[in-house]
Design a protein. Structure first.
Lengths: 289, 335
């Protein structure tokens, strides 16, 4: 019993690391640009397909393709901010919500046209291997994904706290007008924020590829999780999103283990609705300092 | 000037109404009637969504919850208790109305995008629950409607045209309700909430109450569409009844047509469904993704260039024509 519990917690933490990469991206864009990116999951999907094609065409290991998917998606993010998001920033809720929503719809369906709905998987030398710790089974691919995800989250934290650009981003998130008065160029900061968020999504895609199939709708799983994590972890709070993602990975895993295989999502959604009912501002304070 | 307007206005309304009424008699192909039924049904769902999403700007992406509740209530009543779907339809509406109370209580705490996300979550939870109710509601397999032949009292007809007229009646009801609300105190309150919730609250609008009321009406109407749809396709399962596509399309047709306008959802549905039918006859049905790709492109174009939707374009064009005419006459007189 204790072993099953520990195993479920470990499984949850491992996948929670991936959720964290996606939700940190969502919360970063929300914190800085004040837009909810409904298409964040689709950029995970694009990251997966990039890794898939690099692996099948050129034999590049999915984990190495991280170094390609991240810069590519960073550029996509800068372009997305510059050419699309920027144009709706002054408009109301409707254009802001439905622009990224339409983008999500577009990317899913273009992927469906280009790649069909087939599941694509990549076999790596470590896809099937696992290490045993006590009675607990830890798949190597998931462990690597988790470690890299945590390393990237840590790097982002350092970036936000010790570089000028990172500090400018946090300043713009706290108070856009004052930040502009202090000489921060909001356009540049916004472009970098969206670029970084998409690069994280791309990283999540590459990290998933050794143990998770790519298909056009794959992003929806992760974006729903990310939304819940972002609400739970207080909107715009990067550390909050990270902790909430890990919690949700564990909650989902416990739901699957103890309620039923199809109950993981129910548990997560109930967590969201419960949070909204009891503490709508999330579990953590404002933007982390 | 004002006295002259009524005549063209009656023509504007009367001619399309006559065409709409005789359409199924002229168009005999089942494919065409099927498209018309879809247009009317989605226009109706769009009208229901627009009451809340358009006027009060509460952008729900979870109206599938009420569509599904309506569909399941009438189906369970029909199959388990032999109750006519006509009664089941109203019962479904009431169930949806009641369900909108707790859902609204939760979701109205959030604004803007997070309201949208919370509504997605509620629709998903309902779908997941109905996937689990295997004994009571047939689980993931779903069930087919018992075929009773031509039984108008049980909402089953041999003639496809009958479904067309039911959908038309639903749409007419939705439009009349919208028209009445638009011109009542409630309509003004809704627009006030949509424009600026805090300001509305400050001048004494009970925003929570007004949102609750419009959500109930919107949910009721959406549930009617759910019952009609499963009776029309003779099949129900959680993925059909709580389909995310229903939520999306409800919002999409309203936004493309013109959010917060009486005719917006109708104009939007006609455009989107016509595009989809054209694409289907042009490319065949084997190309998954084409239709929604085009929808997404239309939506992006509308958001970037005309956030007021097609109705805005049409009224501008109309204003142009009306204003251009006297100007032309003067020019002629001068010449």
């Amino acid at each position: 019993m204790l072993e099953t519990l520990a195993q479920a917690v470990v499984n949850g933490l491992l996948i929670g690391g991936i959720y964290a990469l996606v939700s940190i991206g969502v919360t970063l864009i929300f914190g800085v640009v004040k837009i909810v990116n409904f298409a964040q999951g689709e950029f995970v999907m694009i990251g997966m397909y990039i890794s898939f094609f690099l692996a099948t065409r050129f034999g590049i290991d999915p984990l190495l393709s991280l170094f390609i998917s991240m810069p590519v998606l960073f550029v996509v993010g800068v372009l997305l901010q510059h050419f699309l998001i920027r144009r709706v920033l002054a408009l109301g809720d409707m254009p802001q919500i439905f622009l990224t929503f339409a983008l999500s719809l577009l990317l899913v369906n273009v992927a469906l046209l280009l790649f069909t709905a087939d599941y694509r998987t990549v076999e790596t030398s470590y896809s099937e291997t696992a290490i045993h710790l006590g009675g607990i089974y830890v798949p190597v691919a998931k462990l690597i994904a988790f470690v890299v995800a945590m390393a990237l989250s840590g790097t982002l934290w350092v970036f936000l706290h010790s570089t000028d650009l990172g500090k400018a981003m946090r300043a713009a998130a706290q108070n856009r007008d004052v930040a502009m008065l202090m000489g921060i160029n909001p356009d540049r900061v916004f472009c970098v924020a969206v670029g970084v968020a998409l690069a994280l999504a791309g990283a999540a895609g590459s990290l998933l590829m050794p143990f998770y199939p790519a298909y056009p709708m794959v992003g929806q799983v992760f974006v729903l999780m990310a939304f819940v994590a972002v609400v739970l972890g207080t909107l715009g709070n990067v550390t909050g999103a990270l902790i909430a993602s890990l919690m949700m990975g564990v909650a989902e895993s416990l739901g699957i283990q103890f309620v039923g295989a199809d109950s993981g999502l129910i548990v997560v959604f109930l967590m969201l609705l419960l949070t909204l009912a009891l503490r709508p501002s999330g579990l953590f304070g404002g933007w982390t300092r | 000037m004002k006295a002259k307007l009524p005549r063209p206005r009656w023509l504007w309304l009367g001619a399309p109404a006559a065409i709409v009424l005789v359409l199924p008699l002229v168009a005999s192909s089942a494919f065409a009637i099927d498209i018309f039924v879809r247009v009317l049904l989605f226009a109706f769902i769009g009208v229901a969504w627009n009451l809340m999403g358009g006027y009060a700007k509460q952008l729900s992406l979870g109206h599938a919850a009420y569509f599904g509740l309506g569909a399941y209530t009438s189906t369970i009543l029909l199959i388990r208790f032999g109750v006519s779907p006509w009664i089941g339809m109203l019962a479904g509406g009431v169930v949806a109305m009641l369900a909108s109370l707790p859902i609204g209580a939760l979701c109205f705490r959030l604004r803007g995008p997070y309201f949208a996300i919370a509504t997605i979550a509620t629709a998903q939870v309902l779908m997941l629950l109905f996937l689990k109710f295997r004994d009571f509601a047939w689980g993931a397999e779903g069930t087919t409607m018992p075929n009773l032949g031509n039984a108008p009292l049980m909402m089953q007809f041999d003639a496809k045209a009958a479904y067309y007229y039911i959908a038309l009646a639903l749409l007419a009801i939705g439009l009349v309700i919208t028209y009445r609300i638009e011109r009542s105190w409630m309509g003004y309150y809704l627009v006030a909430v949509g424009e600026d919730e805090d300001a509305a609250e400050a001048i004494g609008v009970d925003t929570l109450r007004i949102k609750r009321h419009i959500y109930m009406i919107s949910a009721f109407l959406t549930a009617l569409a759910g019952t009609f749809y499963v009776q029309y396709i003779y099949f129900i399962d959680p993925n059909t009844a709580f389909s995310f596509n229903v939520s999306v399309e409800a919002a999409l047709v309203s936004i493309v047509g013109g959010i917060g306008t009486l005719w917006g959802p109708v104009v939007g549905t006609v455009l989107l469904e016509a595009t989809s039918a054209l694409l289907q006859s042009w490319l065949g049905s084997g190309h998954g993704g084409v239709q929604l790709t085009v929808y997404a492109l239309i939506l992006i174009a509308v958001i970037l260039w005309r956030p007021s939707g097609l109705v805005g374009v049409l009224t501008d064009a109309y204003a142009c024509v009306v204003q251009a005419r006297p100007a032309k006459k003067e020019a002629l007189l001068d010449g």
